[in-house]
Design a protein around this ligand. Structure first.
Ligand code: MV4
Length: 511
């Protein structure tokens, strides 16, 4: 087994991988940019090396610098986490050339999935159901017109090099096609340096469901069940759960077998995710394959009872999968909330700053994967994901009630977070009834929810003042100056301060 692994990432995922290393008796090497010197992953690693300026291109995306640290530290393998270099075939190839094991699929498997048209051709050959459309780039407007006419509107134009919604255009009618095609092409060129665009039939109000797979380097491939990821905003997932409330054992088996076929067709090894769109008749279509460990992997770990990072490392070390498909069982229900440093009052804009007080939940059925600590300053240079809070229970209702309880315990002071959004989602009748599709969040956020009786009534204000007192005492206790805070307490005596608390609490209640 490897003795030392370099983690080419930061934040909660770097911490997650470091933990797995330590559980396996492996030393963990961190890398950090100038703004991440005091980050949690640096503190938890056994060794840490600076790799440059904050812009990712000069640090976390810099292949030469990361390979240099691998060589200097004597790391035998690199775990890329998600984002950054995780799906970069050039990096996987550079690791192989440097004699360092890349913990993930081969560069060839990444290449096979990197172009969506190439992936569609491979899936066509493998007999995998995918969304009707073209498997090659469009050559002319006239061709686009004919294909769209044949498959029927609405259609979707997509960038072959795309992903995450970039270079994508929904077209409802023939008269919109020409300008949409031009827009999709120029966005694809700008974003990916590749203007190849193809057509898919548009699935209306789809669900986004993905299947986790694992493949060892000896030809064994298994599926570990699905994740429901339909709660998204601007192609950013917000809440994920496993299992999907609309997938029954028969559908899970059919989807899982297709996912395994996709992985085999790509010569895939290590952990991967096959994404599907599911229409209102519960027909599923292959969308794309993510060739990395995903942010939302913990929900699968909880319901499958497996540690995906341990398994990734063992597979990369050449071990065989220690179980077969028949051994995989899905038990219970898990839901994940992505906690971001975002301002709910400013359209969920990133909101970096210093964390002055942190009260973190735990307790039965709660898992928290976090990259923050009290006193840490969230830098503005990277994705503002702070932590993931995951609730687990015997069934969906128990997972929801545990998560709701944990969210009410969570307090992050000094910065804005999206925690209040999850309270709104989890109590929504449609979410409770599992009536979720990819439009749910936009519908929820387009209206300001009014909580009956809360607007300006004196009871809410009174509660806010009591809460203010508690926060003042807790903050002071954390700073070791409890007595001064109490005698100094502005509560009751300073009407301006209490009215600030009132309005803050009211704002929170209205979110
Ligand atoms: C689609 C679609 C409907 N029909 N493709 C968005 C991100 C990218 N990975 C694929 N996406 C979509 N592709 C066809 N043929 C609708 C979406 C889509 C979506 C998909 C999953 C989750 C949220 C979404 C939000 C808007 C659009």
């Amino acid at each position: 087994m490897f003795k030392k692994i370099l983690i080419a990432n930061r934040g909660e995922i770097a911490v997650r991988v470091i933990r797995a290393c330590h559980e396996m008796g492996i030393a963990a090497v961190a890398v950090y940019s100038d703004v991440d010197r005091a980050s949690l992953h640096v503190r938890k690693a056994d060794e840490a090396y600076p790799i440059g300026a904050p812009p990712a291109s000069e640090s976390y995306l810099n292949i030469a610098k990361i390979l240099d640290v691998a060589s200097r530290s004597g790391a035998e393998a690199i775990h890329p986490g998600y984002g950054f270099l995780s799906e970069n075939a050039k990096f996987a190839r550079a690791c192989a050339d440097a004699g360092v094991k890349f913990i993930g699929p081969t560069a060839a498997a990444m290449d096979a999935m990197g172009s969506k048209t190439r992936a569609r051709q491979a899936m066509e050959r493998a007999g995998v159901p995918f969304v009707p459309g073209t498997s090659r780039g469009l050559e002319s407007y006239e061709q686009a017109e004919q294909v769209a006419e044949r498959i029927g509107y609405p259609i979707m134009l997509k960038a072959a090099a795309g992903g995450g919604g970039k270079g994508m255009r929904l077209v409802h009618a023939p008269q919109e096609l020409k300008s949409a095609l031009e827009a999709a092409r120029s966005e694809a060129e700008r974003s990916f340096g590749d203007n190849e665009v193809y057509i898919e039939k548009a699935i209306v109000n789809p669900r986004h469901i993905e299947m986790q797979i694992l493949a060892d380097e000896h030809g064994n491939t298994v599926y570990l069940g699905e994740r429901e990821c339909s709660l998204q905003r601007r192609h950013q997932k917000v809440v994920e759960e496993a299992p999907s409330p609309i997938v029954d054992p028969d559908m899970r088996r059919r989807m899982g077998e297709v996912a395994v076929r996709v992985a085999r067709a790509a010569g895939y090894t290590n952990a991967g995710t096959v994404e599907f769109l599911v229409d209102q008749q519960r027909i599923f279509y292959f969308l794309e394959m993510n060739t990395r460990l995903q942010v939302e992997h913990p929900v699968t770990e909880l319901v499958a009872g497996l540690d995906l990072v341990h398994l990734q490392i063992r597979i990369a070390d050449g071990e065989r999968l220690p179980f077969t498909q028949n051994d995989v069982t899905i038990r219970g229900h898990a839901i994940e909330c992505r906690i971001y440093a975002e301002d709910p009052d400013n359209n969920y804009f990133p909101s970096p700053g210093t964390i002055t007080l942190l009260l973190a939940p735990s307790g039965p059925g709660i898992r928290r994967d976090s990259g923050m600590y009290e006193g840490w300053t969230v830098p503005m240079d990277y994705d503002p994901l702070l932590a993931k809070l995951i609730g687990y229970g015997t069934d969906r209702d128990q997972a929801i009630s545990r998560l709701t309880r944990a969210l009410s315990e969570y307090f992050v002071g000094g910065i804005k977070t999206n925690i209040s959004l999850f309270r709104r989602i989890l109590r929504h009748p449609d979410f409770r009834a599992a009536k979720i599709d990819t439009g749910f969040l936009d519908r929820l956020l387009s209206k300001k929810e009014i909580v009956p009786g809360d607007s300006g009534d004196s009871k809410a204000a009174e509660v806010a003042v009591i809460a203010a007192g508690m926060f003042a005492a807790l903050g002071a206790a954390a700073a070791g100056t409890g007595e001064r805070a109490i005698t100094n307490g502005s509560v009751g005596s300073d009407s301006k301060a209490s009215s600030q608390w009132r309005s803050a609490a009211r704002r929170e209640a209205l979110q």
